[in-house]
Ligand binder design. Sequence first.
Ligand code: 8YV
Length: 320
Amino acid sequence: MSKYKVVLTGTTWPEAYEKLLEQCEVKVWEGPGPLPRDQLLDWLADAEGLFNVGHVKVDEELLDAAPNLRVIAQSSVGYDNIDVEACTRKGVPFGNTPGVLVEATADLTFGLLLSAARRIHEGWELVKAGQWRTVYGTDLYGKTLGVVGLGDIGSAVARRAKACGMNIIYHNRTRRPNDEQEGATYVSFDELLTTSDCIVCLVPLSNHSRGMFSKEQFNKMKPTAYFVNASRGPVVDTQALYDALQQNKIAYAALDVTDPEPIPADHPLLSLSNILITPHIGSATYETRNSMANLAAENLLAGLSGKPLPTCVNQSVNYK
Ligand code: 8YV
């Protein structure tokens, strides 16, 4: 039986790659840098599957350049880079990787909050500089955590916060049915902004959420507030965040995602002392990334053989 023609926009984990090689003839971009768009479109001319390792933009242009494409798999839970409606219209199922990255991303998100609150990273920098002195932070115990986007990852963060004695409130576009059992109280966005001691943003990037944290929102927060973003950079107006931190409208920010991303070393945010930034490592553990790649490979191979994807975003799609 001839092998499926598949394009990988970057290298993936060995276990997943071996799975793909069993059934696929692959073209894989090994760098340097991101796969050039014209090269990708050329490779897609006869491709049946696309394994999207980075967040390559999948739009009408790409789909039109890939007439034989039968499935797209991406190793991420977020898919703001994918025109899902166009994929559905073109009969191309798209699979992401929810579920497998929840605990790792929640660990990193809560770790950012804890490091910011207790200045863990500042303490380490002082020790390295030969300055053995106290760095004061703030208690999380007894404080109110406001989760914006209480989904699977948000719930896992709330679980961690509850274990640290925090009170949990949240705001979603729609209330979660079992929120009280999770010990999370649904409030309006405004009430969350004005009453939270710590705010964690975990909403997917969409036309609704883009720029949802801007000057107006930061001005409503407590001047002692800690703000954490582990969703997507463009959910936050970067200039408004810089101004809020620089003017002490809020106490501290901890980000795993930025806009722009990657954030350049000379960006004004990096000149501030009340911020901590990590390079989009929410799901970056060996175990979790391997699981994500394996799930993405399962999605790809299912789509190539005309079977339902284990985690399909556009389940209404009529396969080609
Ligand atoms: C990245 C993420 O995708 O899953 C997501 O939506 O943002 C992260 O897990 C991961 O870093 C792979 O690029």
